[in-house]
Design a protein around this ligand. Structure first.
Ligand SMILES: Nc1ncnc2c1ncn2[C@@H]1O[C@H](COP(=O)(O)OP(=O)(O)O)[C@@H](O)[C@H]1O
Ligand SMILES: Cc1cn([C@H]2C[C@H](O)[C@@H](COP(=O)(O)OP(=O)(O)O)O2)c(=O)[nH]c1=O
Length: 213
């Protein structure tokens, strides 16, 4: 059976993730793969309810991190693991790197505690190493000033999108640190380019791994 693939999309708000995720799903479908397109926080009825709370209610950083990981655990067990077991391609708009970047680096919450929560929430005993991680993380790297310009007037901001540029500088540094810690898992996409060039680089990252022709 075809091996399942777990690919996550990451980057600060406005970096351009959503603009490409559906196109990549279509590309995989053309290649004969079944695709599950999903997002975090969310992806199940319970996790979507937790998303609404986490994105719109004020709360301390630990509460926020616990909600993110609670939503993630439900999503992993209900959606991601079953899809991977069926050999599907799972494309997920954000995953745990976002928790390290936003709750960890953005809000300043303890990274060691996050690493512990990651080990609990992503535990899948049947896997070698016992921990589910993405096969590939596409990091849309964009300067916060440009992301803010792109988002201005584009949509009503949620709790995070309303943060100042300084917050997103820390979040972006958080993503860079995650990449440094696990280079093999990441592809850094230069998101300051025109859409066509971003799409080209994204496809190259997939082709380079032999996952698309
Ligand atoms: N390469 C690009 N150049 C200019 N604008 C872009 C580009 N990619 C996306 N956008 C625009 O920037 C805004 C944010 O893009 P979006 O895909 O929603 O980002 P994200 O999902 O990462 O928050 C949208 O208005 C989108 O149309
Ligand atoms: C997954 C995740 C998202 N977030 C934040 C980042 C985003 O600002 C917000 C929702 O992400 P996103 O789905 O990208 O928002 P939109 O659909 O509006 O583009 O949640 C965290 O703070 N921690 C997390 O663990």
């Amino acid at each position: 059976m075809t091996r399942g693939l777990f690919i996550t999309f990451e980057g600060i708000d406005g970096a351009g993730k959503s603009s490409h995720i559906e196109a990549l799903a279509e590309e995989f479908r053309r290649a004969g793969r079944v695709v599950t397109l999903t997002r975090e926080p969310g992806g199940t009825p319970l996790a979507e309810r937790l998303r609404a709370l986490a994105l719109h209610e004020p709360m301390d950083a630990l509460t926020e991190a616990l909600l993110m990981f609670a939503a993630r655990r439900d999503h992993l067990l209900q959606v991601i693991e079953p899809a991977l077991a069926r050999g599907e391609v799972v494309l997920c708009d954000r995953f745990t790197d976002a928790t390290f970047a936003y709750q960890g680096h953005g809000r300043g919450f303890d990274l060691e505690v996050l690493a512990q929560l990651e080990r609990w929430a992503q535990a899948v005993p049947a896997l070698p190493g016992g921990l589910r991680q993405p096969d590939l993380t596409l990091w849309f790297d964009l300067a916060p000033e440009i992301a803010a310009q792109r988002l201005a007037g584009a949509r009503v901001p949620d709790k995070f999108e309303a943060q100042p540029v300084e917050f997103f500088r820390r979040v972006a540094a958080g993503y860079a640190a995650r990449l440094e810690a696990d280079r093999g898992r990441f592809a850094r996409i230069r998101a300051d380019q025109a859409r066509e060039a971003v799409w080209h680089d994204l496809l190259q990252a997939l082709r380079g791994r032999g996952w698309l022709q």
